[in-house]
Design a protein around this ligand. Structure first.
Ligand code: ADP
Ligand code: ADP
Length: 230
């Protein structure tokens, strides 16, 4: 069972940069997937395609067997299932308090007040942000902001969680905390795809590793096999 089937995906930016080149990949349900690759390898370009934020120059992407479409209605539907946590929490978080920010997504989905409350409380609990709920975002540390941005996506209850370098810039303690939270989220039957520069950590954590280089897939498989290939 696949969430994503990506066929011959090529992405070209306006300035002509080819960021993904004939990329073919499948992403299975329920897995923990680590996307590795140097800066500029195409990781965040790929992530933006999975959420319909970018459009392919050529190639196709299927989600749950349906070809991605880019009209507003189809994108809203896709984004109910696929949530992205960006690397920089400030690009994701707005103003107001932690609780207001986390409840914004579920509110936007048109859920009832009770449902929004319930989902927000659940997301705060899992991300250990309940005690921060009345704090203005502005005063939070980076580690706290990261947790709040994860909570905001979690509250919408997507099936697939995409995280762009969720532990970048955090010290070991806060990085561990984030990974513990992702483990809990995975236990709730979520598929997790994250990018990281920490190869060792990816080997230990992931069910599957994808290595991108120059917009192409160098390796896709289990961590053990890639370890012995080197
Ligand atoms: P990664 O996330 O692995 O660091 P990116 O997906 O950000 O890689 O970038 C892939 C390639 O696309 C790089 O060559 C990068 O410089 C280029 N790129 C990224 N964003 C843009 C953009 N908005 N315009 C032009 N080129 C871009
Ligand atoms: P749409 O594209 O559906 O119109 P936007 O995402 O542009 O919605 O957001 C509409 C307004 O809500 C904007 O003024 C934006 O700044 C604000 N907003 C968006 N996300 C949040 C959030 N998480 N918390 C608080 N305000 C937000």
């Amino acid at each position: 069972e696949y969430f994503f089937e990506i066929n011959q995906l090529t992405h070209r930016y306006a300035d002509g940069t080819t960021a993904l080149h004939n990329l073919t990949l499948t992403i299975k349900k329920g897995k923990k997937i680590a996307l590795l690759g140097k800066n500029g390898a195409g990781k965040s370009t790929l992530f933006q395609h999975l959420n319909g934020l970018l459009k392919p120059a050529s190639g196709t992407i299927y989600f749950n067997g349906d070809k991605l479409r880019y009209d507003r209605q189809s994108l809203l539907k896709l984004r109910k299932h696929v949530g992205i946590v960006f690397q920089d929490p400030d690009s994701q978080l707005f103003s107001g308090t932690v609780k207001q920010d986390i409840s914004f997504g579920p509110h936007n989905l048109g859920w009832s007040k009770e449902m929004v409350e319930k989902q927000t409380a659940w997301a705060m609990e899992l991300t250990e942000t309940t005690n921060l709920q009345d704090r203005p975002i502005h005063f939070l540390s980076l580690g706290q902001k990261k947790r709040v941005s994860i909570a905001g996506v979690l509250a919408m209850d997507p099936d697939v969680f995409i995280l762009d370098e969720p532990t970048a810039g955090l010290d070991a303690y806060y990085a561990k905390q984030i990974m513990r939270i992702l483990e809990d989220i995975h236990q709730k039957d979520k598929t997790i795809i994250l990018s990281t520069h920490d190869v060792q950590h990816a080997y230990e954590w992931a069910d599957e590793i994808i290595v991108l280089n120059n917009g192409e897939s160098l390796y896709h498989g289990d961590p053990v096999t890639i370890f012995y290939q080197e």
